[in-house]
Design a protein around this ligand. Sequence first.
Ligand code: DGL
Length: 277
Amino acid sequence: MSTSEPPSRQDLPLGVFDSGLGGLSVVRALRACLPNENIVYLGDTARVPYGTKGKDTVVRYALACAQYLKQSQVKAIVVACNTVSAVAPAALRAEFDLPIIGVIEPGARAAVEASVTGKIGVLATAGTVASGAYPRAIASFSTRAETFAVAAPLLVPLAEEGWTTGEVPELAVTRYIKRLAGQAIDAVVLGCTHYPILRETIARVVQQELGDHVALIDSGEAAARDVLAFLSLRGLRRSAKESGTIHVRVTDLPGNFGELATRFLGESIAHVKQVDL
Ligand code: DGL
């Protein structure tokens, strides 16, 4: 008789994907909420950025990422990418018989909860802004809230590069944040999972340009709280109490991905494996 039983569903890993490094900001938040979950992270580095591409292309890439994670036998998929969460959840849910959790609804809800003026700024990729997903999600939580969305595409390559502080990121962030000035905005959503990597710079510029009363909302942190609630409700939390593992997969040469991932997650990522989708 075989001694190796297949793991029960609750003990399967969580699958998490993004176009690149950005989704690790969601992994960091997941680790804080759910430290004993095992995680398989896929960064589609061969095709980053997603945010400048058309909807059909992003849906196609997202289906390929989710297919890889399904084959890795995950219990649920966390879409750690706003651009994918904006355009692909319906296609993902139609294709895969797995729970799919995105970042836009949780980010929108957290912003509505944090805002007193009801004026909410959103920094996101061009694709997310064009989709109108944030104004829609915010309106579904508050009829009086008003959304001001700004596309901030340059921040994605800066984050991928690990170039997070200093003159160049500061200039780019300032250009984008200035577009939100004068609207009585008191909450700004980091509506791309790459942006928390530049959080220090963004926070400083927001304070400078919009005032020090503005809440910065990390859509990934909000999503991690939803994942915790979802797994608890479904009885899907991993039973083992020891710290979970993180397996990182990328679709292009790992390069310095492991080093940046280690720096960003604050824990060492020993092994980054390249895979083909
Ligand atoms: N991190 C992703 C997002 O949240 C995508 C960034 C990109 O690839 O353009 O939108």
